[in-house]
Design a protein around this ligand. Sequence first.
Ligand SMILES: [Zn+2]
Length: 220
Amino acid sequence: MIELKTDAQAALEIVQTAKLLHQKNFLAAGDGNLSYRIDQNHILITPKAKHKAFIKPNELAVINLSGKILKGQPSSEMLMHLEVYKSQPLAKAVIHAHPPHAIAWTIARPDLTELPKEPLSELILAVGSIPIVPFALPGTQDMATNLKPYIANNRVMILARHGALSWGEDLSEAYNGMERLEHTALILYLAQSLGGLTTLSHQHILDLQTIRDKIGPKTF
Ligand SMILES: [Zn+2]
């Protein structure tokens, strides 16, 4: 049984998290969207094409799991959010943002299928791995289709040449995922610029993965 907030509490939390995402430069202007599952079948989601630093609680839209719009004008990227909620009963919050360093990796290194985890212990400990989901046109069903195979085993994902998506058992877990992702991408970028990526020893990587397995699937 998932713990639920009232609509008003959830709306306030979405607005506050959206402001924080903007302050951290994880999205610009009308970019990004956030959602929260207010009961088993209903989702509160940010409105279409509004600047996320200035949205108000009463502007949030409500949709159901089938994609029916019950209130307001939901984000055109709502299909990705629905894909997460439909396949993951534990998912209570989804964040889609455009973190610049994470996106830059997918533009410069189209050969990568995930962000390199071998150089950095915190990536393995806090999230396990960060896969890169193949590109699809924003706002289309293809985005949700491409995302589908990754959702069960990953709560933090980069969307190639576009952005990133994180989900959690509450909004703070989804936010942590986005912050972890961009911070990791920045560290790797700096290391690459300073001379190149070096890796942990094979044994240390195995030990870190064992600890991560014990911690469980949550992002922190
Ligand atoms: Zn986007």
